[in-house]
Write a protein that binds this ligand. Sequence first.
Ligand code: NDP
Ligand code: OXD
Length: 288
Amino acid sequence: LKRRLPDLRLVDIDNAGDAIDIALIWKVPPGLERFGNLRAILSLGAGVDQLDLDTLPKNVPLARLKDDSLTACMIDYCRLAVLRYHRDFHLYERLSREGGPWRYELPKRTSERCVGILGLGELGGAVAGDLVSAGFQVAGWSRSRKEVAGVRSCIGPEGLEEIAAMSEILINLLPLTPQTENILNRQFFSKMRVGSYLINVGRGRHLAEDDLLWALDEGRLAGATLDVFRTEPLPAGHPFWGDRRILVTPHIAAAGNPETAADYVAENIRRALRGERLLNQVDVSRGY
Ligand code: NDP
Ligand code: OXD
């Protein structure tokens, strides 16, 4: 940031007196409301569920992080996780470790496989575009109808049922809000195709954990790749550890890169100082 904005004075919020123009935060620090001249709050996370939005000073615009490297990282993760199921690598990994047997599964073409994505925003939209390029059938669920080439746009409760019924591999990339909490639950899983797969890269609180284990036991789901958890780090002894149907990754699906993120944060600082609308400004009433 100093290289991009040489006149910028960066201070630790605890030693900031009572005059700062812009707050860069991960969680809401105590006493943020004392900064009467605050012009913007910039979250250093791509999601804002870690912030208690009710405690933020009113009328100060809030933006979340957008970072091209983070998006590219999420695309890689989702492509890898989808292809792992699509090409049965999860099965061959297990058979290799267990000493066989040799089992030939005729590979399906990508055009024969439907991938569903909950959330078609910055990240879900980019992942959808990538999977379309790879030849998959792609359907996405969002609040508003989308026009993304090659993506079937689903909305509302019927759209959610439709996407559950169509998807053989389902990726969750929703933000965590009161409307989306526990959305991956028994009712949803019971609408999914038998033997389908879940990839959760949104937030741990989207997933009702016992309901996932139920869906796996019932064979409704054949496997799950989980990057986010209700408690992180995932506690020792948690039933997800050691369950061979589940792949646990430690919230690494996508990480920001300081160089590319700094370009974006610097641009939002300039905008805030000019009194312009921020990039990726959060609609606090929607919660994302
Ligand atoms: P965006 O805000 O850009 O997109 C959110 C999408 O979800 C939008 O398409 C939105 O619909 C849709 N949506 C929100 N609420 C609902 C609802 N109630 N019903 C239907 N659709 C809904 O978010 P991003 O794509 O940038 O990020 C998504 C999430 O990914 C983040 O909030 C974060 O939790 C997670 N994340 C995970 C990371 C990891 O490493 N695992 C890294 C970074 C982010 P509409 O377009 O109509 O508004
Ligand atoms: C984020 C995340 O929101 O890493 O940035 O999940």
